[in-house]
Design a binder for this molecule. Structure first.
Ligand code: PBG
Length: 316
C-alpha cells in the first residue's frame, strides 16, 4: 500500500488543507512598516497597509483565517489600548474586513501587549511580590472583546487565562448586540518557555515575575480537561490548545472527550526551533514543516494556528 504516491494518498488517514490553517499577524502603527522578527524568520510586524497585503495573500492561498495581535503606540498599567475604539487591532480589523471575506478574522483578547508591566491582567504590587487581580481583569477583558467584535472580528479568542472570563465576555457580547460572535477560548494554555520569541514579536514580555500564577503547569493534563469543561460551561464555542508539539497527548485527550471544534497553536518557539534547524541545513524544511502540522491534525486538531500557514498553504 506504500509503493506509489497514488496508493499512499488513497489510504492516507489524515488530511491537511490550507483552509485548516490560521495565520497569526502582528500589527503595528505606521505606514509601509514590515519589520522582521529576529528570532522568527519570515514573520513580520506589519503596519495596517502591509497587513492588508498579507491578508490578500492568505486569501489567495485559501487559508482558514487570520489571528490578530496588536503593538500599541503606547502602553499603560491597565492596558487601555486593548479596548480603544481607535486601537491598533480595531483599526486593522476595519481595514481587513473588505479584503478578507473568505478568511475568518480572529482577534486575540489579552492585555499583555497593552500593559506597561506586560502581564495579562491587572497587577497589585506588594513590595517585591505581586498578584494578578483575576476579578478586576475580567471587566477589562470583556470590554476588549466587545470593542474588537464591534470593529469587525468574526470571533474573539481570550488568551489571558483569567478564571471566569469566558462567561463575562459572553454576557458582555450578548448585551452589546453581538450574540452572533463566537468565542474561541484558549482554555488549555500552559506556562511555556516556547512563547519566548512571541514576546519579542508582540513586545509583551512581563517586566517582572512570570506567568506561572495564571497559565497552567505543564505537568497537568487532567487539569487541562477541567479548564476546557469550565470554559465550555461558560459559553465557549471552540477551544484552542497550546503549545502544540510538547502537548500532543493533552490534545488527544481533549479530542477523545469533547465534541466541540478544537484548534491547536503551534507557538513561536516551535516555529523558531524548526527555522533554526532549517537555517543550518539540519532538517528538510518542507517535509519537517508538514510532518509537524500533520502530527497535530492526527492528534485531533480541527485547525492549526501556525506561523507556517502561508508556507504550508503554498505547497498544499
Ligand atoms: C498573549 C499570548 C501569548 C501567545 C499567544 N497569546 C503570549 C503569552 O502568553 O506569553 C503566545 C503565542 C506564541 O508563542 O506564538 N497572552
Amino acid at each position: 500500500m506504500r509503493r506509489t504516491e497514488a496508493l499512499r494518498s488513497l489510504v492516507r488517514e489524515t488530511r491537511l488543507e490550507p483552509g485548516q490553517l490560521i495565520d497569526p499577524l502582528f500589527v503595528c502603527p505606521g505606514e509601509g512598516v514590515r519589520r522582521e522578527i529576529g528570532s522568527m524568520p519570515g514573520v513580520f510586524q506589519l503596519s495596517v497597509d502591509e497587513a492588508v497585503k498579507e491578508a490578500e495573500e492568505a486569501a489567495r492561498l485559501g487559508l482558514g483565517g487570520l489571528l490578530l495581535f496588536g503593538l500599541p503606540a503606547e502602553k499603560d498599567s491597565e492596558g487601555s489600548g486593548a479596548w480603544d475604539e481607535a486601537g491598533i487591532v480595531q483599526t486593522a480589523l476595519r481595514a481587513l474586513k473588505p479584503v478578507s471575506r473568505s478568511l475568518v478574522l480572529i482577534a486575540d483578547v489579552c492585555l499583555c501587549e497593552y500593559t506597561s508591566h506586560g502581564h495579562c491582567g491587572v497587577i497589585e504590587r506588594h513590595g517585591e511580590e505581586f498578584t494578578v487581580e483575576n476579578d478586576a481583569s475580567l471587566e477589562l477583558l470583556a470590554r476588549t472583546a466587545v470593542s474588537l467584535a464591534r470593529a469587525g472580528a468574526d470571533m474573539v479568542a481570550p488568551s489571558d487565562m483569567m478564571d471566569g472570563r469566558v462567561g463575562r465576555m459572553r454576557a458582555a457580547l450578548d448585551e452589546g448586540g453581538l450574540e452572533e460572535t463566537p468565542i474561541l477560548s484558549y482554555a488549555s494554555k500552559f506556562a511555556s518557555a516556547f512563547y519566548g520569541p512571541f514576546r519579542e514579536a508582540a513586545d509583551s514580555a512581563p517586566q517582572f515575575g512570570d506567568r506561572r500564577s495564571y497559565q497552567m503547569d505543564g505537568a497537568n493534563a487532567r487539569e487541562a480537561m477541567r479548564e476546557i469543561e469550565l470554559d465550555l460551561a461558560e459559553g465557549a464555542d471552540m477551544i484552542l490548545m497550546k503549545p502544540g508539539m510538547p502537548y500532543l497527548d493533552v490534545l488527544r485527550m481533549a479530542r477523545d472527550r469533547f465534541e466541540v471544534p478544537l484548534g491547536v497553536y503551534q507557538v513561536s518557539g516551535e516555529y523558531s526551533m524548526l527555522q533554526a534547524a532549517f537555517a543550518r541545513g539540519w532538517l528538510e524544511p518542507e517535509r519537517a514543516m508538514l510532518e509537524s502540522l500533520v502530527g497535530m491534525r492526527r492528534a485531533g486538531a480541527d485547525f492549526i494556528v501556525t506561523y507556517f500557514a502561508k508556507a504550508a498553504g503554498r505547497v498544499l
